[in-house]
Design a protein around this ligand. Structure first.
Ligand code: UGA
Length: 449
C-alpha cells in the first residue's frame, strides 16, 4: 500500500532513500535545510555523483511522487513515516559522533507529528541515541511518539541498488510497539514482496530491540574496516618478507568462513562512514565503561593510516627527495564511481606527497570539483595525458575502471619517469610492465609474482 513519508536530510543517504521510497510507489516529501542542495534537487539535479540515481530522480519527479521543501509545513502532518537521515559527523577535536543535527531534526518535527506517525531513524548513531531522541520528541509533541531505528547499509557507487534490493532490513522497535512494527513492515513491502526486483519473500526482515539495531550498523562498519586493516597488516608483513598479499587474500578468501570480499589491500579505507564510525564506536564504548572491548579499533585505524604513509615512503625510495618532483595522482575520490572526497585515501596521499615537497598533479574522472579552491597545493588537470606530462612517478589512488583500462603505452610516452605505484592493486600490471613501466604494488613483490 502506498504511504506518505517525509525524508529529513538529503545528503547521500537521505537523497537516495527518498528516491528509493518514491520508486517503491510511496509519496515522498524530501526536507533539506541547505538551500543550495535543496534548489539543485528541486531542479532535478543531484548534488553528488551516484550512478543511476539521477535517472531515477528524474523518473520520480516526472511521476509526481516526490517534492522537496526546506522544512515541515501542514503537508507533513498526515505523513505515515518520517525518516531521519541527517548526518552524524565526527566532532572536531574528538572521536565522538555529533548527534546535534538529529536533535534539531526531531525538534523541528515535533509540532507536525501526529500520534500515529512513526519516526524511523536511519542515521548511524552511538548506541543509546534513539532512546534520548524518543524522550525529546515525545516531550516536544506532547504525547508518546513512535520512534524506531532502521539502519541503512547502502554503499556509495551502488546506493540505489542497495536501497531497492538490500541484503536485509533491520528495524529496532521498542518493546510492545506493535503499531510501529506493522507500519514499517508495510512501508518495505515493495521490497519484501519482490516489486523492486528483490527476490520475493526472501529479503530478511529483522525486528529487534532498539539498542541492538543501533549497534548493528556500527558493528557492521567496524567489521568491514577490521577486515580491510587485517589484509593491510598482512601487506606490511608481505612487504617485509617478500610474500604477496594479493595471492594471500585470494587463498584465505576461498575459505567460506573468511570470504573474499573486503580483502583488497592498498591505501585503505576512507569516506564519510568507516573512519568516523570506528572512532565514534571507540568513544561510545569508553562512555559506557567498556572501552577496552573495542581497543583493537585503534589499531585498525592506525594500520589504515600507515598505508597512506607507505606510498610516500615508496615514492621517496624511488625518487630520493620529493622536492620539486612532479607526481601524478590518479584518483581523488575515496572509491570509484563516487565523487566523494571525504577522508579520501587518494586525496590524503596526494596532500602528503605535496607536503613532502612534490608538485602533485591530480586527476579523477568525477571528483576534481572544488580541489582547486580547497587544496591549492594540488594541481587538478582533467585530461589524464595532459596531467601525466613530465611526471617523475605515477600513483594510483582510486581504482576507477578508467585507470584499469588506461593505455599504458600512451601514458609512458608522455611521462618523465616510468614508475607507477599501484595503491589499489588494480592495474593489469603485466601490460604496464610490457609498456615499459616499473610497477610497484602495495603488499606485493611483483618480481616474484
Ligand atoms: C560503507 C559500508 O560498506 C556500507 O554498508 C555503509 O552503509 C556505509 O559505509 C555507511 O555507513 O553509510 P561506503 O563508505 O560507501 O560504505 O564504502 P565501502 O564500499 O565500504 O568502502 C569504504 C572504503 O574501503 C573505500 O575507501 C574503499 O576503497 C576501501 N576498501 C574497500 C578497501 O580498501 N579494500 C576493500 O577490500 C574494500
Amino acid at each position: 500500500m502506498a504511504m506518505k513519508v517525509t525524508v529529513i536530510g538529503l545528503g547521500y543517504l537521505g537523497a537516495t532513500h527518498a528516491v528509493a521510497m518514491a520508486e517503491m510507489g510511496h509519496q515522498v516529501i524530501g526536507i533539506e535545510a541547505d538551500s543550495k542542495r535543496l534548489s539543485a534537487l528541486q531542479e532535478g539535479k543531484l548534488p553528488f555523483y551516484e550512478p543511476g540515481l539521477d535517472e531515477a530522480l528524474a523518473r520520480v519527479i516526472a511521476s509526481g511522487k516526490i517534492s522537496f521543501k526546506s522544512g515541515h509545513d501542514e503537508d507533513s502532518r498526515d505523513a505515515d513515516v518520517h525518516f531521519l537521515c541527517v548526518g552524524t559527523p565526527q566532532v572536531t577535536g574528538s572521536y565522538a559522533a555529533d548527534t546535534s543535527y538529529l536533535f534539531s531534526a526531531v525538534d523541528a518535527l515535533a509540532p507536525y507529528l501526529s500520534p500515529t506517525a512513526v519516526v524511523a531513524g536511519k542515521s548511524t548513531v552511538p548506541v543509546g541515541t534513539a532512546k534520548t531522541l524518543t524522550e525529546r520528541l515525545s516531550k516536544g509533541a506532547g504525547f508518546a511518539a513512535h520512534l524506531v531505528w532502521n539502519p541503512e547499509f547502502l554503499r556509495e557507487g551502488t546506493a540505489l541498488e542497495d536501497s531497492l534490493r538490500p541484503d536485509r532490513i533491520v528495524i529496532g522497535v521498542p518493546s510492545g510497539d506493535d503499531h510501529s512494527e506493522k507500519v514499517m513492515r508495510s512501508i518495505y513491502e515493495p521490497i519484501t514482496n519482490g516489486d523492486t526486483g528483490s527476490p520475493a519473500g526472501q529479503t530478511p526482515f529483522l525486528v529487534m530491540d532498539v539498542a541492538t539495531s543501533e549497534l548493528v550498523k556500527v558493528a557492521a562498519n567496524s567489521f568491514l574496516a577490521t577486515k580491510i586493516s587485517f589484509i593491510n597488516a598482512m601487506a606490511e608483513i608481505a612487504e617485509a618478507s617478500g610474500a604477496d598479499a594479493v595471492r594471500l587474500a585470494e587463498a584465505i578468501g576461498m575459505d567460506a568462513r573468511i570470504g573474499s570480499l573486503f580483502l583488497r589491500n592498498g591505501i585503505g579505507f576512507g569516506g564519510g562512514c568507516l573512519p568516523k564510525d570506528i572512532r565514534a564506536f571507540m568513544a561510545r564504548a569508553n562512555e559506557l565503561g567498556v572501552g577496552s572491548a573495542v581497543d583493537f579499533l585503534a589499531d585498525v585505524d592506525a594500520v589504515n593510516l600507515r598505508r597512506r604513509e607507505r606510498v610516500v615512503e615508496l615514492a621517496k625510495r624511488e625518487l630520493g627527495s620529493l622536492t620539486d618532483k612532479r607526481i601524478l595522482m590518479l584518483g581523488a575520490a575515496f572509491k570509484p564511481d563516487s565523487d566523494d572526497l571525504r577522508d579520501s585515501p587518494a586525496l590524503m596521499v596526494a596532500l602528503k606527497l605535496a607536503q613532502a615537497g612534490a608538485h602533485v598533479v591530480i586527476h579523477d574522472p568525477m571528483a576534481l570539483h572544488g580541489i582547486k579552491d580547497r587544496y591549492p597545493q594540488l594541481e587538478p588537470i582533467e585530461d589524464v595525458f595532459e596531467a601525466a606530462k613530465g611526471a617523475d612517478i605515477v600513483v594510483l589512488g582510486t581504482e576507477w575502471k578508467f585507470y584499469r583500462e588506461l593505455d599504458a603505452s600512451k601514458l609512458a610516452s608522455v611521462v618523465s619517469g616510468k614508475t607507477v605505484i599501484d595503491g589499489r592493486n588494480a592495474l593489469p600490471y603485466q601490460s604496464w610492465q610490457e609498456a615499459g613501466w616499473k610497477v610497484i604494488a602495495l603488499g606485493r613483490n611483483l618480481e616474484n609474482a
